[in-house]
Design a protein around this ligand. Structure first.
Ligand code: C2E
Ligand code: MG
Ligand code: MG
Ligand code: MG
Length: 300
């Protein structure tokens, strides 16, 4: 962080200080500019949601989707969330973004429901910052559900394992309130944080999402096989659904099916896509019984 870098630089002499100082200034200015462009995007039309299908593995049936944010920058094109969410978190814009995503996801779910395009859930990612700062997330969620007229059971909120575990007191209270509203809760990127198993058992969550880093080397890496089996066994024994992320090959999908993993998402099953393409996919999956390409075909 800037302060400690500056004091370190000061301590090590004038020249170093000048070097750090100009670098930090350029870096800071760039971040400030991006944050102000991002603020305009939130207020205007620069943000979009892509939707990635989630499948029931055994039936190969589309059962839900995950909403994933994209920023359409006027000069730089489509910017992925990993490049701007950290800036949004550090500039305080993340609360507005999380609220925007909740609103638009629920509005879209309502539109699909009115068109008779039914899914079990739409999943929304929430930053760890929204678990710890005001205004309170449960109030925002309650308002969004009321405005969109979507029943709480159709909304799934994803929080990362590290967000929940690093922030025990606040996170516990907020998750309990969310749960009492009737929304579902999923732990994202599971396996990359440091879960206390007893806390996991006491949390009101429904689902563990196995991080894609454990999926990418299936079905050959023996350690990843062991980890995935352990997470599936954990889920089964404490009554949580398990969903695999980042399934990129037919081999990975077959392995997970064999291991009795119930839910999955990934490029092999379907990429995140704009609303129009997702609506077509959903329509096809409900009408033509077209679920997935046969296992010997190419990924879409
Ligand atoms: P995540 O929630 O774990 O989302 C999964 C990421 O993996 C997405 O990247 C998705 O496009 C990508 N992915 C899906 N299938 C595959 C696959 O088969 N292979 C590979 N290599 N990748 C796959 P994306 O959309 O770039 O999002 C990255 C992260 O940014 C998300 O990780 C989430 O932590 C965050 N994020 C995304 N949308 C939002 C949002 O609306 N709000 C907040 N607060 N964070 C978001
Ligand atoms: Mg996610
Ligand atoms: Mg994830
Ligand atoms: Mg992630």
């Amino acid at each position: 962080n800037a302060d400690s870098a500056l004091s370190k630089a000061k301590a090590s002499g004038r020249e170093t200080f000048a070097f750090y100082s100009s670098e930090l200034t350029a870096h800071a200015f760039q971040r400030i500019r991006i944050a102000s462009e991002l603020r305009q995007a939130i207020e205007g039309t620069g943000l979009q949601l892509y939707y990635q299908p989630v499948y029931a593995m055994a039936e190969q049936k589309l059962v839900g989707c995950e909403a994933l944010i994209r920023w359409e920058h006027p000069e730089r094109g489509l910017i992925p969330p990993n490049e701007f969410i950290p800036i949004a978190e550090e500039s305080g814009l993340i609360k507005a973004i999380d609220q925007w995503v909740l609103q638009h996801s629920c509005q879209q779910m309502r539109i699909w429901q009115e068109q008779g395009l039914h899914m079990q859930f739409i999943a929304v990612n929430i930053s760890s910052r929204s678990l710890s700062s005001k205004p309170a997330l449960p109030e925002i969620v309650a308002q969004v559900l009321q405005d969109s007229k979507v029943a709480a059971q159709y909304l799934e909120i994803e929080v990362t394992e590290s967000a929940v575990m690093e922030n025990p007191k606040n996170a516990d209270a907020i998750l309990k309130e969310l749960r009492s509203l009737g929304v579902s809760l999923a732990i994202d990127d599971f396996g990359t944080g440091y879960s206390s198993l007893s806390r996991l058992k006491s949390l009101p969550v429904h689902k563990l999402k196995i991080d894609q880093s454990f999926i990418s080397n299936l079905p050959t890496d023996p350690e990843d096989i062991a980890i995935v089996r352990a997470i599936l066994a954990l889920g089964a024994s404490i009554g949580l659904e398990v969903q695999a992320e980042g399934i990129e090959t037919a081999e990975q999908m077959l392995f997970l099916q064999e291991q009795n993993c119930k839910l999955g998402q990934g490029y092999w099953l379907g990429r995140p896509m704009p609303v129009k393409a997702f609506t077509e996919l959903l329509t096809d999956s409900l009408t033509a019984k077209l679920a997935l390409p046969a296992n010997d075909q190419q990924a879409p």
